[in-house]
Design a protein around this ligand. Sequence first.
Ligand SMILES: [Zn+2]
Length: 250
Amino acid sequence: MPSSSQRSLLRGLLVGLLVGLFALLLTPLTCADQAKRLRIGITLHPYYSYVANIVGDKADVVPLIPAGFNPHAYEPRAEDIKRISGLDVIVLNGVGHDDFADRMIAAGEKPNIPVIEANENVPLLAATGTAARGAGKVVNPHTFLSISASIAQVNNIARELGKLDPDNAKTYTRNARAYGKRLRQMRAEALAKLTQAPNAELRVATVHAAYDYLLREFGLEVTAVVEPAHGIEPSPSQLKKPSINCASWT
Ligand SMILES: [Zn+2]
């Protein structure tokens, strides 16, 4: 019969063993957790798609503006500004479509948070119409509506995210290439359809100066932009103006 002191020694040994075993079992999990998941802020919907396709399940994508808000009319709110403190990096359009983000970052608790300028090195079109007459707006910021410019932005974002998260850099590059391939296929299919169209002399009216990028890519010109101001939809009477009444085009 073991004495009570032997029993307590045995119990102590057993507890020690169990604690050691648990520590061992938990070790791989702890190590995996140490590689922190990036939390990436985005401002506009297209950038959500770009980043989500680049990171897959390796990082989290967090919209700065809640669903249902129009980025054309959005004014930063305190609760949205607060969200920035939980982010590691913010991906920006950076050429005029998400200027509100600069104000949010400056007003938040992380004024020096890294930002990725998606349009770095992307060729930009000049702004036209009311947008060109606005204070300091000289470029058309809607590069996300060009397939080529989207691919360039996806590559820029993937490269910069890889610098911040080297463990996943290869995955980001691989995903960005796969996404770029899908976009190129989409462009090739659209071009093939356009080439086969019986009359390629198209005249195009748009209700947002955004589509210049997309149409230029296919060699088309925007004939008329019916947009009272950036992001403001035209009224039915503005659409009936003789200059853009499609029924009068021959
Ligand atoms: Zn716009």
